[in-house]
Ligand binder design. Structure first.
Ligand code: R5P
Length: 308
């Protein structure tokens, strides 16, 4: 038997996974003590079960201690294995020491998660200088790729698109999505001068005329990358720009600032619950999780999605 254990706030994806995998959902209670420390309580039985904790790791500093407590609480309650389904996986962007003395947080975070969980499922992790998650995670990992679902959304909603990645890292997913639907693509050149200070340039604008620019990136955080890219495109005469992000962190004024910069539509995958979510990945996440829970044997409910 298996159980799905949503960290508070992850109920929609967790319930969708539970439906797909025919597993019960256990409830987790969490709150802060007056001194700010975290209290975690697991409700329900899991003895002998494989447990999948579902927690998207936006705002990871608020959640990580509680998730570690929860993993131990599940083992104390008799779970035979405890994995983590983190549709958004945090702390991958600091993947090197850019300046002396900096902490390479990606390595430390991966070490901590690998110590507490038996396996990890995530969606399009930000792999730039790491070739794969196994460079830093010591537990088995499975990555769900959003490209198929993003390509299907673009094909259904956008007339004569051109896909544009805002920086060289984005070439990996932009080229994949473009190939699936047979449309042109290009990547911009990005220089980041600070957290909110981003400059992009367009090396070759000749493919743009007559096409709807669709910016595609893995993470929308402050929105400054998309704002710089959209502003460049607008200065070249582009109409409303469509922005697609896999992970909608979109903190503070990000969404409003993107709209002010000429972004007509923002669409994201449901890896982080956000009003811009329009691309559904729950089933693909369930399919990727099934082998870890032993629910992918013949006769069970989960079958790979046709597009994967
Ligand atoms: C970074 O390399 C990522 O791929 C994104 O481009 C970046 O995280 C976006 O951040 P922001 O929205 O703050 O510009």
């Amino acid at each position: 038997m298996s159980v799905i254990v949503p960290w508070p706030g992850n109920d929609a994806v967790a319930q969708g996974m539970a439906n797909a995998l025919a597993c019960p959902v256990l409830r987790v209670e969490s709150r802060r003590f007056p001194d700010g420390e975290m209290y975690v309580r697991l409700h329900g039985a899991c003895t002998g079960h494989a447990a999948a904790v579902v927690a998207s790791l936006d705002r990871p500093d608020e959640k990580t201690p509680g998730l570690l407590f929860l993993a131990d609480a599940l083992r104390d309650a008799g779970a035979e294995s405890v994995g983590l389904v983190a549709p958004y996986l945090a702390y991958l962007r600091q993947d090197t020491r850019f300046s002396p003395g900096e902490a390479v947080s990606s390595r430390t975070f991966a070490k901590v998660i690998s110590h507490s969980f038996d396996w990890l499922v995530t969606v399009d992790p930000h792999l730039h200088r790491y070739a794969s998650l196994s460079d830093v995670y010591s537990i088995p990992t499975t990555v769900v790729h959003a490209a198929g679902a993003v390509a299907a959304w673009i094909a259904e909603h956008i007339h004569t698109p051109i896909l544009i990645g805002p920086d060289s890292e984005s070439a990996q997913w932009v080229s994949d999505i473009a190939a699936r639907i047979g449309v042109p693509w290009l990547v911009l050149e990005k220089v980041r001068h600070g957290d909110r200070d981003v400059v992009v340039s367009i090396p070759d604008a000749s493919k743009l005329p007559g096409r709807t620019p669709v910016l595609v990136d893995d993470i929308l955080s402050s929105g400054r990358t998309m704002i710089a890219a959209a502003s460049q495109l607008r200065s070249l005469g582009a109409g409303d720009v469509v922005c697609i992000g896999v992970h909608a962190i979109l903190g503070g004024d990000a969404e409003a600032a993107m709209k002010d910069a000429g972004v007509g539509r923002i669409v994201t995958c449901n890896t982080i619950a956000h009003p811009t979510n329009g691309i559904e990945l729950t089933r693909a996440i369930a399919v990727a999780t099934a082998p870890f829970l032993g629910t992918d044997r013949p006769g069970r409910q989960v079958r790979p999605a046709a597009e994967e």
